[in-house]
Design a protein around this ligand. Structure first.
Ligand code: UDP
Length: 337
C-alpha cells in the first residue's frame, strides 16, 4: 500500500527535526504500533533507519496503518502484549498499546484494563531481561480526571472517579505509571512517562469514525457528509488539541534524552478551545452546510482540559508548533483524499 502524501510530507518534517537522534540499527519494540500514535511512531523510526517489532492485537489498531512498512526492518506480531515474548534482543520499548476512545474502551473494559496493567507489567519484565536503553510509557491526561487545576501540572494528583465509566482507562493508566516507576526505582530501568493530552491528525480512528470516533475526526466526518455535528452537553467543555507531528517529536525527545530516568512529562498543546468553538471552526474550514445539534453529555466528561507544558519546555526544549487551523486543514485534506 502507498503512503498517503499528507503523511509522507509530515514524515519528512519529522525526519528533519529528529535526524540528530541516532537510532539506526537499534531494535524498538512498539506495543500498539498499529494504532494512531503507534503507527506514526513506527513510521518515524523507519525514516530514521531503526529496526521495529510492532506488537498489536489489532483490536483498535489497523493493519492499514502499517502495511506499507512491511519490509526487512519491520515486523508485525499479531499478539496481545500481556503474553508476548520476544525472540530477539530489544534495545528500546515503547508502550502505546491501549484503547483510548471512551465508547470503545467501555465496550471492552476488561481487555482495556488488562492491556494497561498486565501488558505494561509484561513489557517491563521484557525490559529488565533485555537491559534496555529506554522505556517509554504512553500515559494520558485522563489520569488527572476532571482536573480542578487548569492548566494542569504534573504534580497535580488528579480527580478521578474510580468506579465511573472512564475509570477503565484512567485507573489502568494510573497503575501502569506506578508499575513503571516501581521498576525504575527497584531495578534502575530507564523509564520515561508521557502524559499525552488530546492528539489528532491523519489515521486517527480510521476503523471507528462514527460510533467510537474521537471528537475531531467525528466532526470532520460529519461536516464533510453534511450531517449534523453532534455536540455533547452545551459544548462549553474544553479540550486542547495537539497535532500528531508535535506529539511525536515530544515523545522521541522524552525517550531519547539522557539523564531523565523516572521523569513524568505532560505532552500536548496548551491552546484550549470549547467543543462548540471546535464544531464551528470545522464547519467553517470545510465550508459545510452541517448544523449543530446538542446531545446529552456523557457521564464524568471532564469540564476543562489544558496541559501545563512548562516541564516539557524546560526538560526537553520542546514546544508544539502546529496551530489548530494548520493541523485541522491537514486532517481535513487527509480525510478527503
Ligand atoms: N464530543 C462531542 N461530540 C461527539 C464526540 C465527543 O461533543 O460526537 C465531546 C466529548 O463529550 C468531550 C470532547 O468532545 O467533551 C472530547 O471527546 P473525545 O472522545 O474526543 O476525547 P476525551 O478527551 O473526552 O477523551
Amino acid at each position: 500500500m502507498k503512503l498517503n502524501p499528507i503523511i509522507k510530507k509530515d514524515l519528512d518534517i519529522l525526519r528533519d527535526s529528529l535526524s540528530r537522534h541516532m537510532v539506526d540499527g537499534k531494535t524498538f519494540l512498539v506495543a500498539g504500533g498499529a494504532g494512531f500514535l503507534g503507527s506514526w511512531f513506527c513510521d518515524t523510526l523507519n525514516t530514521l533507519n531503526a529496526r521495529i517489532i510492532c506488537v498489536d492485537n489489532l483490536l483498535s489498531g489497523s493493519d492499514d496503518n502499517i502495511s506499507h512498512l512491511k519490509k526487512d526492518a519491520f515486523q508485525l506480531v499479531k499478539s496481545d502484549i500481556i503474553s508476548y515474548k520476544p525472540t530477539e534482543k530489544i534495545d528500546y520499548i515503547v508502550n502505546m498499546a491501549c484503547i483510548a476512545s471512551p465508547p470503545l474502551y467501555q465496550k471492552h473494559p476488561i481487555q482495556t484494563l488488562d492491556a494497561s496493567v498486565l501488558g505494561t507489567r509484561n513489557l517491563l519484565e521484557i525490559a529488565r531481561k533485555n537491559d534496555i536503553e529506554g522505556f517509554l510509557l504512553s500515559s494520558t491526561s485522563e489520569i488527572y480526571g476532571d482536573a480542578t487545576i487548569i492548566p494542569t501540572p504534573e504534580d497535580y494528583w488528579g480527580n478521578v472517579n474510580p468506579i465511573g465509566p472512564r475509570s477503565i482507562y484512567d485507573e489502568g493508566k494510573r497503575v501502569a505509571e506506578t508499575y513503571s516507576l516501581s521498576y525504575c526505582q527497584k531495578y534502575g530501568l530507564p523509564v520515561r512517562i508521557a502524559r499525552i493530552f488530546n492528539t489528532y491528525g491523519p489515521r486517527l480512528d480510521t476503523k471507528s469514525t462514527n460510533q467510537y470516533g474521537r471528537v475531531i475526526v467525528k466532526f470532520i466526518d460529519q461536516a464533510l457528509k453534511s450531517e449534523s455535528i453532534t455536540v455533547y452537553g452545551d459544548g462549553r467543555q474544553t479540550r486542547s488539541f495537539c497535532y500528531i507531528t508535535d506529539q511525536i517529536v515530544g515523545l522521541f525527545k522524552l525517550l531519547l534524552r539522557q539523564g531523565i530516568d523516572g521523569q513524568v512529562v505532560n505532552l500536548g498543546n496548551d491552546d484550549e478551545r470549547t467543543i462548540l468553538e471546535l464544531a464551528k471552526f470545522i464547519i467553517k474550514l470545510t465550508n459545510s452546510k452541517s448544523e449543530i445539534t446538542f446531545q446529552s453529555l456523557p457521564k464524568d466528561d471532564p469540564k476543562r482540559r489544558r496541559p501545563d507544558i512548562r516541564k516539557a519546555e524546560e526538560l526537553l526544549e520542546w514546544q508544539p508548533k502546529v496551530s489548530l487551523e494548520e493541523g485541522l486543514t491537514k486532517t481535513v485534506a487527509y480525510t478527503k483524499h
